[in-house]
Design a binder for this molecule. Structure first.
Ligand code: ATP
Ligand code: MG
Length: 361
């Protein structure tokens, strides 16, 4: 079977380190294995409009920001198709037919959507488009016959919904759609990276992010303001690792080679953690180390971004070509879907002949 990867991001802001460890870093690694027959990376502008209908300019402005972040992280348009969701109208048509296969109560049970509705104070007036975005996500995934979807933990309910639609569609209309697999980060800290305030999830909407394009001074300021263990007051106090954002970030970003480079008195992260738990290790020292780690991780990304920023029209061109390729692939799937659903009247010569015979009797 062909191996196809699909994933994407909403253009509601620049991408942050949560996106990076949750999905982006993995995509680039997978891209570079050469194992995939096709890779589609989608800028989900239509989805972003479901909760930003009154602010299209925000979505429009952030398309290029997300594309720059992609290229800066190493997504390569020669190997991965980068495209814009709204430029592939077939996705809307697929969503429309999938809507018949999902109940309102099933959508109401989606825990991620529930949490997002609460966060946006939508309780009394949920836009229908927002409410149904898990269905549109199923269209995005199935349109490209994706087998692998690398995403953060918050996307699990979307993948479950997609799989249900695939199974339902295939059982009602015959084997047509491909069943996708979710690929979660293998490191617990990366599943749902907390914000610098220690809140559940780093999120553009919560203003608790470190952006991939952040300047060194800003990164340092954010690291030094980070939430740690509020009961760890004096250096000699024993410290807690659970819920300690600085250690969560070290779990997500630290590589073995950073110890000899920045903190040679410790062998590895386990030794550093043990010392913190025992007491005698101050927050400032750990924060200085984390700052060095993040600076080392983000500097090459920031520098590559600055290079790409020099030729913005070329990036729109990449997105245009990518969108054209994506549309061609989605159109093929839509043809299969319509044939399976028996709404391909004009292509079905048997139908026309059969009807002609029926009326000539
Ligand atoms: P918004 O607030 O507009 O929903 P977001 O920050 O949640 O934006 P999305 O575009 O919804 O970002 O998510 C893009 C991808 O990044 C998804 O695969 C999602 O799982 C992943 N992701 C987002 N935030 C995090 C995080 N804090 N930790 C791990 N993965 C994340
Ligand atoms: Mg989100």
């Amino acid at each position: 079977m062909r191996k196809v990867m699909l994933t994407g991001d909403r253009p509601t802001g620049k991408l942050h380190v949560g996106h990076y460890v949750g999905s982006l870093r993995r995509r680039v690694e997978l891209q570079n294995t050469g194992d995939f027959d096709d890779i589609f990376i989608m800028i989900a502008d239509a989805q972003a409009l479901t909760d930003n209908a009154d602010n299209p300019e925000k979505v429009r402005q952030n398309i290029i920001e997300v594309a720059l972040d992609y290229l800066a992280c190493g997504l390569d348009p020669e190997k991965s198709t980068l495209f814009i969701q709204s430029q592939v109208p077939e996705l809307c048509e697929l969503s429309f037919y999938y809507m018949n296969l999902v109940t309102v109560s099933r959508l109401q049970r989606n825990p991620t959507v529930k949490a997002e509705i609460q966060m946006r104070n939508f309780e009394a007036s949920i836009p229908v488009g927002f409410f149904t975005y898990p269905i549109s996500q199923a269209a995005d995934i199935t349109a490209f016959k994706a087998t692998t979807v690398p995403v953060g933990e918050d996307q699990m309910p979307m993948l479950e919904q997609t799989k249900e639609i695939v199974h339902k569609f295939n059982s009602v209309y015959g084997e047509t759609l491909v069943d996708p697999k979710i690929l979660l980060p293998d490191n617990e800290a990366c599943m749902r990276l907390p914000g610098i305030d220690g809140k559940a999830k780093m999120s553009k909407s919560l203003n608790n992010c470190i952006y991939l394009s952040e300047e060194p001074e800003e990164i340092k300021k954010k690291v030094f303001s980070m939430f740690t263990d509020p009961t760890h007051i004096r250096i000699e106090d024993p410290g807690r690792l659970e819920g300690n954002t600085v250690f969560t970030y070290l779990d997500a970003f630290c590589r073995p080679e950073y110890f000899p480079e920045f903190l040679p008195e410790y062998k590895d992260l386990d030794e550093l953690k043990a010392h913190y738990k025992r007491g005698g290790l101050g927050d400032m020292k750990v924060k200085r180390f984390l700052n060095n780690v993040l600076q080392a991780e983000l500097e090459p990304i920031r520098n590559r971004r600055k290079e790409f920023q020099k030729n913005i029209p070329a990036i729109y061109d990449i997105l245009k070509k990518g969108s054209e390729k994506a549309e061609a692939v989605a159109a093929e799937t839509l043809r299969d879907v319509k044939a399976a659903m028996k709404i391909n009247y004009f292509d079905d010569l048997e139908l026309i002949k059969g009807q002609a015979e029926k009326f000539s009797e």
